[in-house]
Design a protein around this ligand. Structure first.
Ligand SMILES: [Fe+2]
Length: 357
């Protein structure tokens, strides 16, 4: 019987039954049909309804196709989408600094300068070497031709739920960490070449949907590189040096520490980069490499957090306290990279002394 065509009476009856008893099983419906003299098994009823679903699907597809064919103009639709997108991007470009990928700085000088690349200070962490931080900031601030490129993770800011237990380990409350950060920006304002952002500052954005650092860093006073990969082109005297800045980079290799930097150089749409920096890994270092016939520098910013329980539990050793510092010449394209800012001070003083002689 399952394959037999259904009479109009049977169809009308089964539909009525289904309507009146939507929660009945096909077996129950079959019994009711048998009572009325229609010998339809539960399987036959199942086939009947499934067939009807298929029929509805065909009708729906036909309707949709007709709608597309008659009332939808893909070309016009694409044009409208492009227009909306263009307007949306213009709003972003106007109001959001993440699209300002390149910042340009002019340093009017006929003397070499030095830039120290500092990041991952982690103020608030009990193992942050605050004394070395203070000494470093003061020393660089006192040098006329030295600058600080400040990367991200200046503060610990452990406010996300899974890390909140970390705040137990420090006496510096999170709001005090922000206050210290603000103080450093104000106190050493003239020394900063730029100010960046790390994942620890971004914790606030994750929790509060607002970036506290976006508010703290006055964009009229600082070049603020934000959270995305950015570039700072600094012109020293007559020479332009192109710096690439990322808190994190992909293509990291534990065996080849500056592999990611080189990949960044090779893949960046902005070419001819002189210095490629990366932060976050707490492993300071520098390497010279050559591309397109010119010397390039791969810099890994270090940290002021000299002990890391979590890192050590994963097998990492103590962090080093390298602060990569680069001397840039104003009259020829020349870069000298040193591992410690203290050596850069000696270098600059030596140059000064040799000129006086
Ligand atoms: Fe980080």
């Amino acid at each position: 019987m399952a394959g037999n065509l259904w009479s109009d009476e049977e169809v009308e009856f089964i539909k009525k039954l289904r309507e009146e008893h939507p929660d009945y099983t096909n077996n129950q419906l079959s019994d009711l049909m048998k009572c009325k003299g229609y010998n339809r098994s539960s399987e036959s009823i199942r086939h009947f309804f499934r067939g009807n679903i298929k029929k509805s699907k065909v009708i729906f597809e036909q309707n949709s196709r007709e709608k597309f064919e008659n009332g939808f103009d893909p070309e016009q639709y694409l044009q409208e989408l492009c227009k909306i997108q263009d307007e949306k991007f213009n709003v972003f470009r106007k109001h959001d600094n993440i699209f300002q990928k390149i910042s340009k700085i002019n340093i009017n000088t006929d003397k070499p300068i030095a830039i120290s690349f500092i990041s991952d200070v982690h103020l608030g962490n009990p193992f942050c070497d605050v004394a070395r931080l203070k000494k470093t900031l003061d020393a660089i601030h006192n040098e006329e031709n030295m600058y600080i490129a400040l990367g991200g993770d200046t503060i610990d800011n452990f406010i996300i739920q899974k890390l909140i237990s970390q705040t137990d380990k420090t006496d510096i409350a999170v709001y005090k960490q922000w206050m210290l950060f603000k103080y450093i920006l104000e106190e050493y304002q003239d020394s900063f070449l730029y100010v960046g952002l790390g994942n620890h500052e971004e914790f606030t954005k994750k929790m509060a949907l607002i970036s506290a650092q976006d508010i703290f860093v006055d964009k009229n006073k600082f070049i603020y590189t934000g959270s995305n990969g950015t570039y700072v082109f600094v012109t020293v005297g007559n020479e332009e040096y192109r710096i690439s800045i990322n808190h994190k980079l992909k293509y990291n290799s534990v065996l080849n520490r500056h592999h990611a930097h080189k990949r960044k150089y090779d893949l960046a749409s902005i070419g001819d980069l002189d210095i490629i920096t990366m932060e976050h890994l707490h492993e300071g270092g520098l390497e010279t490499f050559w591309r397109h016939g010119k010397k390039r520098l791969a810099l890994s910013c270090g940290t002021f957090k000299l002990f890391d329980e979590f890192g050590e539990s994963l097998g990492y050793d103590h962090a080093n306290n390298i602060i990569p510092t680069v001397i840039l010449y104003p009259d020829s394209h020349r870069m000298v990279a040193l591992e410690y800012y203290e050596d850069a001070i000696i270098y600059l003083k030596g140059l000064e002394h040799s000129v006086e002689k």
